[in-house]
Design a protein around this ligand. Structure first.
Ligand code: PEP
Ligand code: MG
Length: 852
């Protein structure tokens, strides 16, 4: 079994065997770049080492030495000879594991080699500083001796410091520092193999879901010396500006130095532009090389290089990390430069970075210096800076405010609309605060359980910090972090470039991307972002605005019979007006309107003041209103009298809604507007429920058509959000034109995990490694996806043309979108500000599926 490879034998396709770095170096050799020559001990050898009980086999040792000889021949230098060859030894796993890297430079040094190097260069500083660095790095990597010990050496000259370093090694390990190359290289290879299983690496792999059995490769490469003389140096560069994406190399160089000097921060590097004047030929070669590398790797590169005596060597290249702005610009520029096709460019941009572009972010430098307060759940993207306020009514238009509430309810709506950002102590990713904030495109962090509010004193406490109302904080809805004081923002918007990029993606996707929009304002916003239709209009949310909440409270709390009928008339007028506006905006696109699904507790008047107002409206004593509230209150509101259950109890409610939708649709169609209404019934658990409600609504609509002497086509379907509905999807499908998966409730019920309470304890699960991720963001692939698949399998044979969509929060999550694409959904739907991200994710998912 071959265990060691020369660079020229490898390539990118061999990354599983040669590691990422090894594969890239081989690739650079292939395209003729100046690379110090080297060999790679494979991951296969690493795995064999662990199988053999952490012993380097004799055959591996032999193969390494044989390949070192090849290295000697290729470089014309010889290990520990008159013309000594020194090597670097580095780890390189098949996947990038930042911070897990182990490096030993200048391996091969001993006193004899130092003397020979001195004879050649005549530069004591260079030779002994390199030798000392080797002793320090070797001791650290092979024996774990803290590098700090080598910065505290007592001697005042290198030679003595080297001996002192070797003595530290001997004291710590009880053996002499190895002088012989064979010993040095075998210790080094063994140490790097061992590093695959150190605590840091194991934890990193666990956190990033990386296979423990991959193993690491070891790269042994000829040393080139940036610290040889003034015509030498070392540097790192990005082939384009990683902050802005500008097509200009961006980086740093340090003359007469080794890379470690930059890493250790011993000397401050200069701007890469210094080379333009000091080494113009090298600068030009560097620029040409960056272009060649970009073309070959089809991406912006992050490169390490060394100049040895006016000769350029590339040590490493990889795809460079970049800001969302740069990511977009680079992808689009590379299409212009014919480096990427549009499809390839679409696949290059992380969908989540689009979110950041749309909603802005903190200035990175200032963020590093900010005082961290606490962390909650990143419920809605964006960042906000403002004065804290604990009472929605005190949030002012002219003042930048962060509204902090235990949890939010419809009464907080006005305050939420005015605030820059929203923080709640309770609640999760689909709590009222989270859903409403996302709809508003407003930054929101939920579940900040470490914050304690004192409403009387108007203060909040987080750990040792006590903040008064009016103090400034900064909130990140991207990470869930909250900071003390004001952090400067870098504002962003839906730029022309982003618009164009999203248009490219829109052309490539297969699924329709619709919006969850409850108001004309939402609908306008979503349309602007590229949504082609509404996938969910939550009619109960239409009452959140202005004083409309009283109309729905009126209905909920009024007596059956005449009283309820009167309140229904009021609701009818309000609803019809909203539908008219929405149909007009969505001219020519489907509008999916969900009939009322209010968890009643969210709508009942909470304060004494509100209960009194309700009593006035209903012309009843307050005491009676209080009795009715108590009666209506569900013990378990999420599983209580909500959704179609209200429709079954009060069919007149759903009939009223059906009529309002169709009357508005008819009036619009008369004006020449193309209306495509879809009536959606929530919370179905049984086919008979749907059959009953469908009959009621259809009867009402039929009456309407007869009355007006005209008709409009419409579709009637249901949400699938209860596990039982998935299991009985064949029976339910018989009564439905479409299914829209309500993955919020489906997650809640499949996992037995409360939408509002899971945030209180899921962090404990994550910390203990019992759970990863956030199931209300990214669809759970062990339960919810299984139920969706069962539903599809049951329903499709009954009704092959059944339209399938999703309108839970997962409709805006790129990972979940991949699942919906792979299961041939017709559409996904999400809040307006997530539309561009969803369009990009849908395009990527389709392109990936097609490639398979
Ligand atoms: C759902 O349950 O996924 C859904 C969209 O409905 P809601 O969030 O309004 O319960
Ligand atoms: Mg639901």
């Amino acid at each position: 079994m071959k265990q060691v490879y020369e660079f020229k034998e490898g390539g990118k396709e061999m990354i599983p065997i040669l590691g990422g770095k090894g594969g890239n170096l081989s690739e650079m050799v292939k395209i003729g770049l100046p690379i110090p020559y080297g060999i790679i001990v494979s991951t296969t050898a690493c795995n064999q080492y662990f199988k053999d009980g952490e012993k380097l086999s004799e055959s591996l040792k032999k193969e390494i030495l044989k390949n070192i000889q090849i290295l000697e021949n290729a470089t014309g230098k010889k290990i520990q000879s008159e013309n000594p060859l020194l090597v670097s030894v580095r780890s390189g796993a098949p996947v990038s594991m930042p911070g897990m890297m182990d490096t030993i430079l200048n391996l091969g040094f001993n006193d004899y080699v130092a003397q020979k190097m001195l004879d050649i260069t005549g530069d004591e500083e260079f030779v002994y500083s390199s030798y000392l660095r080797f002793v320090q790095m070797f001791s650290e990597i092979t024996e774990g001796i803290d590098r700090k010990r080598f910065t505290e050496l007592k001697s005042d000259n290198y030679k003595d410091q080297i001996n002192e370093g070797k003595q530290i090694y001997k004291n710590e390990c009880g053996k002499e520092f190895p002088e012989n190359f064979k010993e040095q290289i075998f210790y080094a290879v063994k140490a790097i193999f061992d590093s695959w299983n150190n605590d840091r690496a194991i934890l990193y792999r666990k956190l990033n879901n990386i296979d423990n059995n991959m193993g690491t490769a070891v790269i042994i490469q000829e040393m080139v010396f940036g610290n040889l003389n003034e015509k030498s140096g070392t540097g790192v560069l990005f082939t384009r500006n990683p902050s802005t994406g500008e097509d200009k190399i961006f980086g740093e160089v340090l003359l007469n130095a080794q890379g470690e000097d930059i890493v250790a921060g011993i000397r401050t590097p200069d701007d890469i532009n210094l080379l333009k004047t000091t080494m113009p030929v090298i600068y030009d070669e560097l620029v040409k090389t960056t272009k060649k590398l970009e073309k070959h790797n089809k991406d912006m590169q992050d490169i390490e290089f060394t100049i040895e005596n006016s000769k350029l060597f590339i040590l490493q290249t990889r795809n460079g990390k970049r800001t969302p702005e740069a990511s977009l610009k680079i992808a689009m520029d590379m299409v212009e430069e014919n480096i990427l096709t549009k499809e390839e460019a679409i696949l290059k941009v992380e969908p989540s970075s689009i979110n950041k572009l749309l909603t802005g972010d903190f200035d990175e430098k200032s963020l590093k210096e900010a005082v961290f307060l606490t962390k909650g759940l990143a419920a809605s993207s964006g960042v906000a800076v403002g004065r804290i306020m604990f009472d929605s009514k005190r949030v002012k238009i002219r003042e930048k405010t962060i509204l902090i509430r235990e949890e939010t309810s419809p009464e907080d709506l006005q305050g939420m609309a005015l605030a820059q950002g929203i923080v709640t102590l309770k609640g999760g990713a689909t709590s009222h605060g989270a859903v409403v904030a996302r709809g508003m495109g407003k930054c929101c962090v939920t579940g900040c359980s470490e914050i304690k509010i004192d409403e009387i004193k108007r203060t909040m406490t987080v750990g040792e910090h006590v903040l008064k109302e009016g103090d400034f904080i900064s909130v990140s809805g991207h990470t869930g972090e909250i900071f003390l004081g004001k952090i400067p923002l870098k504002e962003n918007s839906f730029s022309d470039e982003l618009k164009e990029f999203i248009l490219w993606a829109a052309d490539m996707k297969r699924m329709e991307v619709r919006m969850n929009a409850d108001t004309p304002e939402d609908a306008m916003q979503g349309k602007l972002f590229g949504a082609t239709g509404i996938g969910l209009c939550r009619t109960e949310h239409m009452f959140f605005k202005h004083d409309k909440i009283w109309a729905i409270r009126d209905f909920i709390l009024s007596d059956r019979g005449e009283e309820k009928k009167k309140s229904l008339e009021k609701l009818f007028e309000l609803q019809k007006k909203d539908f008219l506006e929405i149909f007009e905006i969505l001219d020519g696109s489907e509008v999916n309107i969900r009939l009322l699904d209010p968890p009643v507790h969210e709508f009942l008047p909470k304060t004494k003041e509100d209960r009194e107002k309700m009593a006035e409206i209903l012309e009843k004593p307050v005491e009676e209103i209080e009795i009715r509230i108590r009666k209506l209150k569900d013990e378990n509101p999420m599983l209580g009298h909500r959704g179609c259950r209200l429709g079954v109890s009060y069919p007149e409610l759903y009939r009223m809604q059906g009529k309002a939708i169709m009357e508005a649709a008819y009036e619009c169609s008369k004006k020449g507007i193309k209306v495509l209404p879809e009536i959606m019934i929530p919370f179905i658990m049984e086919a008979k429920e749907l059959a009953y409600l469908k009959k009621e609504i259809e009867e009402e609509i039929k009456n309407l058509f007869e009355e007006i002497g005209g008709k409009v086509e419409y579709k009637l379907g249901t949400m699938i959000e209860i596990p039982r509905a998935c299991l009985l999807a064949d029976e339910i499908a018989e009564h439905a034109d479409f299914f829209s998966f309500g993955t919020n409730d489906l997650t809640q019920m499949s996992m037995g995990l409360s939408r509002d309470d899971s945030v209180k304890f899921l962090d404990d699960y994550r910390e203990k490694g019992i759970w990863e991720g956030e199931p209300f963001y990214s669809i759970d692939t062990k339960s919810v996806t299984k139920l969706v698949e069962i539903a599809l399998k049951n329903a499709k044979p009954v009704k092959p043309d059944l339209k399938i969509g999703v309108c839970g929060e997962h409709g805006g999550d790129p990972k979940s979108i991949e699942f919906f694409e792979n299961n041939n959904f017709n559409y996904i739907s999400c809040s307006p500000f997530r539309i561009p991200t969803a369009i990009l994710a849908a395009a990527q998912a389709y392109l990936r599926k097609e490639k398979k």
